[in-house]
Design a protein around this ligand. Sequence first.
Ligand code: GDP
Ligand code: MG
Length: 184
Amino acid sequence: MAFHSGEDSNDDYLFKIVLLGDSGVGKSNLLARFARNEFYSNSKSTIGVEFQTQKLEVNGREIKAQIWDTAGQERFRAVTSAYYRGAVGALVVYDVSRRQTFDSVGRWLNELHTHCDMNVITILVGNKSDLKDAREVSTTDGKSLAESRSLFFIETSALDSSNVNAAFQTIVKEIYNILSKKVI
Ligand code: GDP
Ligand code: MG
């Protein structure tokens, strides 16, 4: 993570953000949708990409978000400590149509907090909101878990693009707000 106060050039804002959550919840597709406006109906999106750097604007400043994808490591419950190193933000993703992925959120938060500062800024993301008939996790359940763990919360669909930009924009904005308060 690089962060500088003052009147430095905009290039100085670089935030490492990690995607976490069970296999199949849509992490790679959220990143593909956000970074390239693409969607994959199979799990091809998981292969190869380690991270993508994306420019965003917060309060008129350009910020680079370096967004890391697990690239399938989570299938073997073997997300390495290098993955977490230096992260200032996390998106913990579950699939609203698979209750089990919601039940895993606590485990992902514990893992995050063993590797990163407790203050790592985290948004809980209920993905696949397009699957209305198959829903197993209500919005209310998502919200109350987020509240009880002091997380931001949003529901997204990488398939129909709903709230995908908002999810990344929110986390970057919150990181910016908190870090800029700290250094001033
Ligand atoms: P990852 O293992 O968490 O990286 O999940 P992937 O991004 O590979 O997605 C797993 C599967 O879910 C793929 O078949 C995707 O096409 C599908 N998927 C991902 N996001 C969505 C979504 O928002 N809605 C629907 N209906 N399917 C999705
Ligand atoms: Mg993946």
